[in-house]
Each structure stands twice: as C-alpha cells, then as structure tokens.
Design a protein around this ligand. Structure first.
Ligand code: GLY
Length: 431
C-alpha cells in the first residue's frame, strides 16, 4: 500500500513514522525534513497549498491513500481534489474544514446546534456597530480574524490587548483589512487539547494533551505554534474531572453530528481546543487536523496501525484506536528570536545517538537536510514513560544533545508548571 503524506513539520514527522509502519510512504513538503526524508520512498518538494502539484505527484506515484498534515491545504480543498481524482484522503473536505478555516462558521454552527461549551460572539462588518457593541458589552473581549493566521491573529484583552479600547482599535484594523471581524466574550481558565479520529459518524478518542503556547518559561511572551506539550498515562489531565471530560467529548460529538446534518460530513482528525472555565469546558476553537506539537504526544503511543485508522476514516467504518498507558512530554526547540525575529540559515548540531541513549525520540520540523534552521520550530525531543515525571526527565536529558542558536522551554511538563495549572483551576472553582 502506498500512502502519500502532505506536510513536513514536526507533526508530520510523527505521522510519517506511524504511517511507515504499515505502508510505503510518499511525501510532499515545502522543505526536505531530514527525519521524514529517511523513511520516505519518494519525497517531492512543493508548496503544500499547491493542490495541482500535489495531485500531479500523487498520480505519478500511484498512491492508494493520502493523509493531510497541516490546515492550509485543507482550506484550498486538497481533499476534494484528491478524492475527485480517485485518491481516498484522510482529512476534511474544504467545506468541513471550515470548522477551522472560518471561525465565524464554527461559532454559528455551535449556536445553531446548541453545542455545549459555546461562547457569546458577534461578527461585525461595520466599525461603528462593532464599537457600540463592545462598549455596551463592557466585559473583556477576544478579537479574532475569521480565517487562518497560523495562531498569530487572535488577541485577547488582558494579554495581547490592554483593554477594550485597544480591542476596538485592533478590530477596526481587521475590518479595514478583511472586511469582517469576530468578537467573543473572554473566557478565563486553563486550556487543554482533545483530539479525536472520526469517519463522520463514529468517534475514536485520543489521550488529552496540554500545549504550552507562550514562547518563554512561566507562560509569558508571545504566542507561538506551541513550545511543547504533555499527556498523562491515564490519558486524562490532572485538573480535569470526569464531568469536564464528558462535557468536552459531548461537544466534539455534537459538532460532528451537526456537520453531518448540515450536509458537510466531517472526517479526519478533529482537534478541540478547550478552556476549562469555572463552570464547564468552553470551546476556544476547532482545528481540522492533528495538533503540532500534540501529534507527537499521541502518535508515539498509538498501538493501532495509523494506516488502518486512515482506511477506516476514508471508508466510513472506523473500528478502534488503542493507546499505550504511557505519559509523554514533547519539548520543541526553536531558533533564537522565534516567533518574532528568528535566526535563519544557521546550522544546528544534533547528536541523535546520544538523544536515543537517553531514551528520547526526536522529530524534525523547520530544518533542512543540512540541519539548517528555516525560521520556525526546528525539532522536538520527546520522552515517553510510565510516569509524567520520568517522561519529562527523559525529554530534558535528550534535549541537552542539541546545540546551536536555539532556545526551548525547560518547564514543559514539569511538576511545578503542572501544579500551577492545578492550583489555577482549584482557585477558580473555589476548591
Ligand atoms: N498546538 C496548537 C495547534 O496545533 O494549533
């Protein structure tokens, strides 16, 4: 069986490794990821959003199935095009991917189907209407561009925005640029990631994970794609109750049901980004693909073949997905200055043997075949173990064998940083 993977980041390296266990791997990425390159039979260089080029490679290689890693090609309708050309593809159609690519659509759907965890929101095209609503609302808001921004467009009052005055100014800027803006009530709490596989009907659960989006230790600094993440051996998170978990799952299932009722069934991986708020988990947003880094938490402990899961997704007969009862810690290494002003074109030294001797895994990302950094997160070191403490220790030991003009967050998955999150939830809930 020949499987095509589209994408070449850290997430895709983890997908590639899992797919290569059950199929011959063909890859298209915009750079040659040194880790993926080693396990791929063929590797085509192309922009992942260049759907025609991807199709050309896919037909030339005669692939039996395709798997889409990142969101940008989904927005371009890559799944529609590949499937129209007879290539079953894991990932949502352009219409279904709107859950991620159009934030106003996602909020509208949640309201229409009364999906649990929905938030108060408005979409504005008119600047004075927007300003009057924000003034009238009075409470802190979140301002979001409607489309994809690589995690960099969302601004929250109290974080990237000082107050609602700054929120109005930013929202005005977005209306002038995009014609529209989405404004939501701000929700406080602790964020977590809930990923599921779905064939449009059946839903298979993955372990929960928690991402560290801030650039620097102590959860400060600019928002990034994610500087690391962890998951626990019981597949839950220490601050989540059974009730919270069930509520979040109910929201994901209700969303998948709603998409089917809308005539745009959702198949692939659905990623719910939740904020555990005082009363219940609130949906911050959906992603139409694996998380990056969260794919590196769940895929190394997936016992079921990812190729079989992919076949179940495209055939509409998903069966099961089993994960090892292990904890995982992912620490991403980024070039100095990331995300605002990253160094580029500088080589890294990676002692893979020593990393492996420490028991850690390595996944390459924004790095070329000469180990030259390309400007985004460069590689991730992952610890997998029976306990979170041990997984963190392994990741920390492994990461010491990478050197160059880099930085990473030492606190990802540490006892102290998790205790802080548990405490936050306790205080918020008055426990
Ligand atoms: N870790 C956040 C994301 O994948 O969007």
């Amino acid at each position: 069986m020949r499987v095509l993977l589209v994408g070449a980041g850290g997430r895709e390296h983890a997908i590639a490794e899992a797919l290569a266990e059950g199929a011959e791997l063909y890859v298209i990425g915009k750079h040659r990821n040194p880790g993926i390159s080693r396990i791929a039979k063929e590797y085509g260089l192309a922009k992942e959003t260049d759907v025609e080029k991807v199709l050309e490679f896919a037909l030339k290689w005669g692939v039996d199935m395709a798997f889409i890693g990142p969101e940008a090609p989904l927005e371009k309708g890559i799944v529609n095009v590949l499937e129209e050309n007879g290539i079953p593809t894991v990932g949502p159609s352009k219409e279904a991917a709107m859950l991620e690519t159009n934030k106003a659509f996602a909020r509208w759907l949640m309201d229409k189907y009364k999906i649990p965890g929905r938030k108060l929101f408005r979409v504005f095209e008119d600047i004075s209407e927007m300003k009057a609503w924000v003034d009238d609302f009075g409470k802190p808001v979140v301002v979001k561009p409607l489309g994809l921004t690589g995690g960099k467009g969302v601004k929250v009052v109290g974080y990237q925005l000082k107050d609602n005055e700054e929120a109005k100014a930013y929202a005005e800027e977005l209306i002038k640029k995009d014609g529209k803006v989405l404004i939501e009530e701000r929700t406080d709490g602790v964020e977590f990631t809930f990923q599921v596989f779905t064939d449009g009907k059946k839903v298979l659960l993955m372990p929960l994970a928690q991402d560290y989006p801030h650039a620097y230790e102590g959860d400060v600094g600019p928002i990034t794609g994610g500087m690391g993440s962890y998951s626990c051996e019981d597949h839950l998170l220490p601050f989540i109750t059974k009730k919270d978990y069930d509520k979040a799952l109910e929201a994901l299932k209700a969303t998948i049901d709603a998409m089917r009722k809308e005539g745009t069934p959702y198949k692939g991986i659905l990623y719910g980004q939740f904020m555990l708020a005082k009363d219940e988990p609130k949906i911050i947003e959906f992603n139409a693909r694996f998380g990056d880094p969260e794919a590196m938490n769940v895929l190394p402990i997936l016992k079921t073949s990812l190729v079989e899961i992919g076949e179940g997704i495209v055939d509409g007969n998903l069966k099961g997905a089993e994960f090892e009862r292990k904890a995982t810690v992912v620490k991403y290494i980024a070039p100095k200055g990331y995300p605002t002003n990253p160094v580029k074109g500088v080589r890294l030294q990676v002692d893979e043997d020593r990393i492996r001797e420490e028991g850690a895994k390595v996944y390459y990302a924004s790095l070329d075949e000469n180990f030259t950094m390309l400007g985004s997160r460069a590689l991730a070191v992952v610890g997998v173990a029976d306990s979170l403490e041990e997984a963190e220790r392994i990741a920390s030991a492994g990461i010491k064998h990478v050197s160059g003009e880099i930085f990473y967050r030492r606190d990802v998955g540490t006892k102290e940083s998790i205790a802080k999150r548990i405490e936050l939830v306790r205080a918020m809930r008055g426990e």
